[in-house]
Design a protein around this ligand. Structure first.
Ligand SMILES: [Zn+2]
Length: 204
């Protein structure tokens, strides 16, 4: 993947990219994203959804813990935190009703923290994206599977709909990109051949 797209992902998702500049003895992530630019959107959406899920869960957790602390105090007759949570409200009737609900009600369940996802290696293998990472939960695992399967129907060069095909080098690439690559390969070989002939001409 070209440098500017790599840098963009590092900038947008710094928490996930902590291994990007570590030495190669420690992580394969030092090689960057080992796939074509056509999968940039898949990676961007995947990483965005993963980070949002982690941050949202953390927010839920913080809010549940704050509520429980307030409710525990209110049940013991200390209304400081309750009053604080209602300070923008000018409706004494609603406030009294809410307080009795808090006192009589249950505590909120506090969700587990999700450990921050960090990327270990991102590459193309047999025509599809491989997203190796540490951390996360089952939901994130599902997101990764979905993204990997989308790469199997998305051109790795240009993002157009495509199919995974071989033989030989198995890749997911659309027909126009395949033709373009074939032309480039031919042009490269022709150039090599011309250089060889020229060199032979000189040597004779
Ligand atoms: Zn293409």
């Amino acid at each position: 993947m070209k440098q500017e797209l790599d840098e963009l992902l590092c900038k947008k998702y710094p928490k996930m990219m902590v291994n990007r500049n570590k030495p190669m003895m420690e992580t394969c992530m030092c090689w960057g994203f080992e796939c074509g630019d056509g999968w940039f959107n898949i990676l961007d959406q995947l990483m965005g959804n993963i980070q949002h899920h982690i941050d949202w869960k953390e927010k839920q957790r913080t809010s549940a813990m704050a509520y429980n602390l307030m409710a525990a105090q209110a049940k013991e007759g200390n209304f400081d935190l309750f009053d604080d949570s209602m300070k923008d409200l000018n409706n004494p009737e609603y406030k009294a009703k809410r307080l009795s609900e808090v006192i009589a009600g249950d505590f909120r369940s506090v969700p587990e923290s999700i450990s921050q996802v960090t990327l270990d290696q991102i590459k193309e293998k047999f025509g599809t994206l491989r997203f190796y990472y540490t951390g996360g939960d089952d939901i994130i695992d599902g997101m990764v599977r979905m993204a990997e399967s989308m790469s199997g129907v998305t051109c790795e060069e240009c993002s157009a709909p495509a199919q995974t095909h071989g033989p030989g080098w198995i890749r997911t690439i659309c027909e126009p990109c395949e033709i373009k690559r074939e032309e480039e390969r031919k042009a490269y070989h022709d150039e090599l051949e011309q250089k060889r002939l020229l060199k032979e001409g000189f040597e004779e």
